[in-house]
Design a protein around this ligand. Structure first.
Ligand code: ZN
Length: 127
């Protein structure tokens, strides 16, 4: 089990890195308690998340530098509590409307409001 989380924006493809940078500035301006949690993911970590049911993809866009996760931080630390989804909803709307990203909060098959990824031209159902 590998719990090491990479949150280095430099590991993302340049287009996504730029969008992330601008989105984080928007989030800061709105004073939302949202922070960058994860960028690039190793094959080992993806396998672990998949086996635990945290991720539904055997291969994730995180492994290709095409996705990042944002997570809310409250006084206790990182939190995935649904009570904070309202903040992620705002970030999601900005990500879609301003940066043309895919946002996991819109996925019906696997609701994942923490997940943001680059919209590729080809249709790809793996995330
Ligand atoms: Zn993700």
């Amino acid at each position: 089990m590998n719990e090491e989380v990479c949150r280095d924006p430099e590991k993302l493809v340049p287009e996504l890195k730029q969008k992330l940078k601008e989105l984080m500035m928007d989030i800061a301006k709105l004073q939302l308690p949202i922070f960058l949690f994860e960028t690039l993911r190793t094959e080992e970590r993806q396998k672990d998340l998949f086996e635990r049911g945290v991720s539904h993809a055997q291969h994730s866009k995180h492994q290709d530098g095409l996705a990042f996760d944002l997570v809310v931080m409250d006084p206790t630390g990182w939190t995935w509590s649904p009570e904070y989804d309202k903040f992620l909803d705002i970030a999601g709307l900005i990500a879609i409307g301003k940066y043309n990203l895919n946002w996991g909060g819109n996925w019906e098959h696997f609701h994942d409001p923490n997940h943001f990824e680059l919209r590729l031209i080809k249709t790809d159902s793996s995330h």
